[in-house]
Design a protein around this ligand. Structure first.
Ligand code: 13P
Length: 288
């Protein structure tokens, strides 16, 4: 199965009132874990790459070839999209040239006029190659240097201006944050979500920072039009906790337990299990 654009799977999810999971790659084990989770549950899936991980894993061409190679090797038959997460302009161009099937251009830090201009250029270049495009309005907060920034809420009118450029799906800040949420977090802003949805019609909405949001809020967000949810932190935590358990159980001291493949096996299984848990919550199981 060749890697696919994310457009069709998101349109189906938006119509069917479920969400597709985007799971961010961190290493080779995560590629394997997510592909196996999607195949086992017959769920379409999006694999996301941050700029930092793209550099760590050898650049966009290496990653495209590696993911496509794994898809072939493992006999994956469910739709898999390979997607740039929060791409800078230059990163998106690089990924478009090197086999990615979906890109997010994050122009949310620019003034809206610049965001519009750049997004428009990316849509033209990507669509010429059948690559789907995600854009963003309203910054998503997150933890940096021990401080959790709240992020901005998106302006529904600006969302419509970006939607009108022909993007395939739109990320909008609605109180969501990347990483861990502060203890006094007030939750997702559902009225704002519905206002945005009213402005953009059938265009699928994307929820970033999908880790550690209570399940009832995830279900409500999907009910109100979210069709793609990004998850990274919870899978990273699952990987690290399982790896710690491996050492606490002194597995590395047993037989060939010191080999890197054995050391990472617990983390791989935990990542896969977390991915399946999220696919169940998002309702995408059996949709492929
Ligand atoms: P989390 O790390 O909070 O799951 O967010 C992932 C994300 O939104 C990637 O764009």
């Amino acid at each position: 199965m060749k890697l696919v654009s994310a457009k069709e799977m998101l349109e189906d999810a938006e119509k069917g009132h479920y969400a597709i999971g985007q799971f961010n790659l961190n290493n080779m084990e995560s590629v394997r874990a997510f592909l196996l989770a999607a195949q086992e549950t017959k769920s379409p899936i999006i694999l996301g790459l941050s700029g930092g991980t793209a550099k760590y894993m050898g650049g966009y061409r290496t990653i495209t070839d590696m993911v496509q190679g794994f898809v072939n090797f493992l006999g994956i038959t469910v739709p898999v999209a390979l997607h740039v997460d929060h791409g800078k302009y230059s990163e998106v161009l690089d990924a478009i040239e090197n086999g990615f099937t979906s890109v997010m251009f994050d122009g949310s830090a620019y003034p809206i006029a610049v965001n519009i201009e750049r997004t428009k250029e990316i849509v033209k270049l990507a669509h010429a190659k059948g690559i789907s495009v995600e854009a963003e309005v309203g910054g998503i907060g997150g933890e940096e240097d021990g401080h959790i920034a709240r992020g901005e809420c998106a302006d529904p009118i600006q969302c419509r201006m970006i939607a009108d450029l022909g993007v395939d799906f739109l990320a909008a800040g609605i109180g969501n944050i990347h990483g861990k949420y502060p203890t006094d977090w007030e939750g997702l802003h559902f009225d704002l979500l519905s206002d945005i949805k009213n402005q953009i019609g059938d265009l699928p909405l994307v929820l970033h920072g999908g880790s550690l949001i209570p399940a009832d809020q995830i279900r409500e967000a999907i009910r109100r039009g979210v069709a793609k949810i990004n998850v990274n932190t919870e899978c990273q935590i699952a990987f690290t906790e399982a790896t710690r358990k491996y050492f606490e159980e002194n597995k590395d001291k047993e037989s060939k337990g010191f080999t890197p493949r054995a050391v990472l096996a617990y983390g791989l299984e935990a990542t896969k299990a977390m991915c399946i848990k999220k696919l169940e919550l998002f309702g995408s199981i059996g949709k492929a």
